[in-house]
Design a protein around this ligand. Structure first.
Ligand code: S3P
Length: 184
């Protein structure tokens, strides 16, 4: 009988999810370095694939079109190796949430005041205009349970420097990495 085993490099070593300002890209890059694997940021892939910025996509085509592009890019990234960080809203697309089953998903949680302080002033379309902080808090509130439910591990992104958070992520993942390695 032939037993087909899923190799560890046939899917991401870890997928980072969480809200805007949690530091998914910064921490993801550091986690990838610690694990000695590639890092890929889904938003950067979207910009690369589309040849335009995220604000340009939102302005020209709207949020639903952005979610469609995002879904295609993320589903593709989930078939590859490395550490992957997802844009904050990706998991609200049901096909993305479903596709995360069986992956090592790290939720970088963030306190709303700290997250907003980090995220404000950038070019994120969902935080454009007046009353960005209220919108930030409402959206985080809406999404928190989804992040938490999809997570294999949750790490408080406010608990230290980016390097310290990356260390915490790698330790938290250790239990999930070792059994996989044994399958190789
Ligand atoms: C979004 C988060 C952004 C980006 C887009 C939409 C969201 O990514 O994908 O602006 O819906 O939360 P970051 O979480 O990396 O800022």
């Amino acid at each position: 009988m032939t037993v087909t085993r899923k190799r560890i490099n046939s899917r991401p070593a870890a997928v980072l999810i969480g809200f805007m300002g949690a530091g998914k890209s910064t921490v993801g890059r550091l986690v990838a370095e610690l694990l000695g694997v590639d890092f890929v940021d889904a938003d950067e892939q979207i910009v690369h694939a589309e040849g335009r910025s995220i604000p340009e996509i939102f302005t020209a085509d709207g949020v639903e079109a952005f979610r469609d592009i995002e879904r295609r890019v993320v589903l593709d990234l989930l078939t590859r190796g490395g550490v992957v960080s997802l844009g904050g809203g990706a998991v609200m697309t049901p096909a993305v949430a479903d596709a995360l089953a069986g992956h090592r998903v790290v939720y970088l949680s963030i306190d709303p005041a700290e997250g907003f302080a980090r995220a404000k002033g950038g070019d994120r379309p969902l935080l454009a205009g007046d009353d960005a902080e209220t919108r930030y808090r409402e959206l985080l509130d809406e999404r928190h349970d989804t992040y938490a439910e999809l997570a294999t591990v949750t790490v408080d992104a406010g608990a230290g420097s980016a390097d310290e958070i990356a260390d915490l992520v790698v330790s938290a993942l250790a239990d999930h990495l070792i059994p996989e390695r044994n399958l190789l």
